[in-house]
Design a protein around this ligand. Structure first.
Ligand code: NAD
Ligand code: ZN
Length: 386
């Protein structure tokens, strides 16, 4: 089969490799119909993700048709159309019983992550050996362990393109709103107008937010957001002081600030990262802007990925202003019962961020345009059968 492999910084290759097989009784093998590239994949693409090995298969956002099932799979059979969760949950450990699926104790054997964080999170598909070394779904076929738990059957009337984002970015946008406790009448500012920020804005409006402002430095993404979601206001941080702009819109500051950007490493630290795992970002610039801008006693939800330390984090402002800050990788499976009906009824416009649909063979170009913000790219779908 063909799969998208990582071969070093900004080097993605579509290669032939053996098809995955059922190796555990709870596995299914999926024939992938759609897979996507996520902002999280870009951390890896630009060489900032430790624990990547040449030849690793990428991709944690995918869906497909069940090809074969292990003997202990209860709810799935060949031919079922399913979307998967990027976080691999066993549904048997204490975190899973608390619905903290992205914190599953079972699915990530990486000792390195424990050294870095004091704990291991769940395994994630296609996202380095730090998160378990699982083969990803940017491929013609993929193995999904604990399949009953990690696959959602897609109702017949919902086509693939309306279902695919239930694998990650839609639940993640919802999670950002849960972390920031966004509710009726709230004023919300969101950093990052990528696919996650865009969906987070949409979800905030659905949850009754009064006003939503999106912040980015890429004008076409802000224009795209305005075109798709008329109710949002935008700030281009390239030519505006974000704090001052926000305070002119919300004199007290927004009630909620959402971080949908993630970390930026200093290039010179990358070598150090690979050897010591002492991950350090250059500054906490973005986080400090959220802390500074949000109102007193406000809430902050962080879903942008930070894989280590951030220098000069303004803990004083956070403490003195009495902020509630919450963060996390999304427990995708927890939100399926809430989000699937909203997608089915059309209240959530689940195809919102799609700008490109390309064959899997064009993955290297897809990574490039998504990373370099070319060709008006917001979100790319890759189709192995196209
Ligand atoms: P993306 O890279 O397409 O979008 C990020 C956007 O942030 C870009 O448009 C970029 O121009 C903008 N940006 C950069 N610096 C900025 C700044 N200082 N202020 C405001 N905007 C800035 O990625 P995405 O797919 O939308 O994902 C966003 C983040 O969410 C990534 O860090 C990704 O790893 C993370 N993520 C987290 C989870 C989770 O479970 N927590 C799941 C999916 C994605
Ligand atoms: Zn993702």
């Amino acid at each position: 089969m063909r799969a998208v492999e990582y071969h070093g910084k900004k080097t993605m290759k579509v290669r032939e490799r053996p098809r995955p097989l059922v190796t555990d009784p709870t596995d299914v093998i999926l024939k992938v119909t759609i897979t996507c590239i996520c902002g999280s994949d870009l951390h890896m693409y630009v060489g900032f993700m430790p624990g990547m090995k040449n030849g690793d298969v990428c991709g944690h956002e995918f869906m497909g048709v069940v090809e074969s099932v292990g003997p202990e799979v209860q709810n799935l059979k060949p031919g079922d159309r399913v979307v998967t969760a990027f976080d691999i949950a066993c549904n048997q450990c204490r975190p899973c019983h608390r619905q903290e699926f992205s914190c599953c104790d079972t699915t990530n054997p990486s000792k390195e992550q424990e050294l870095l964080y004091g704990d291991r999170l769940a395994g994630f598909f296609g996202y380095s050996h730090l998160t378990g070394g699982w083969e990803g779904g940017q491929a013609e076929f993929v193995r999904v362990p604990f399949a009953d738990m990690n696959c959602l059957k897609v109702p017949e009337e919902l086509d693939d393109e309306h279902a695919i984002f239930l694998s990650d970015i839609l639940p993640t946008a919802w999670h950002a709103n849960e972390l920031g406790q966004v509710g009726e009448g709230d004023n919300v500012a969101i950093w990052g107008a990528g696919p996650v920020g865009l969906f987070a804005a949409h979800c905030a409006l659905i949850r009754g937010a009064a006003r939503v402002v999106l912040i980015d430095s890429v004008q076409y993404r802000l224009d795209f957001a305005k075109k798709k979601l008329h109710a949002v206001a935008t700030i281009n941080r390239k030519n505006k002081n974000v704090y001052k702009e926000l305070r002119s819109i919300f004199p007290e500051g927004p009630d909620v600030a959402i971080e949908a950007v993630g970390f930026h490493y200093v290039e010179s630290l990358v070598h150090k990262l690979e050897t010591t795992l002492n991950l350090e970002t250059d500054t906490a610039e973005i986080l400090n802007e959220l802390i500074y801008s949000v109102r007193k006693a406000g809430r902050i939800g962080i879903v942008g990925v930070y894989a280590g330390y951030a220098n000069h984090f303004n803990v004083g402002a956070m403490m003195e202003k009495g902020l509630t800050i919450a963060a996390g990788q999304t427990p995708v499976q927890k939100y399926w019962p809430t989000l699937l009906p909203l997608v089915q009824s059309g209240r959530i416009d689940s195809t919102l961020p799609i700008t490109h649909v390309l064959p899997l063979s064009e993955a290297p170009r897809a990574y490039r345009i998504f990373n370099d913000k070319e060709d008006g790219c917001v979100k790319v779908l890759l189709k192995p059968q196209m």
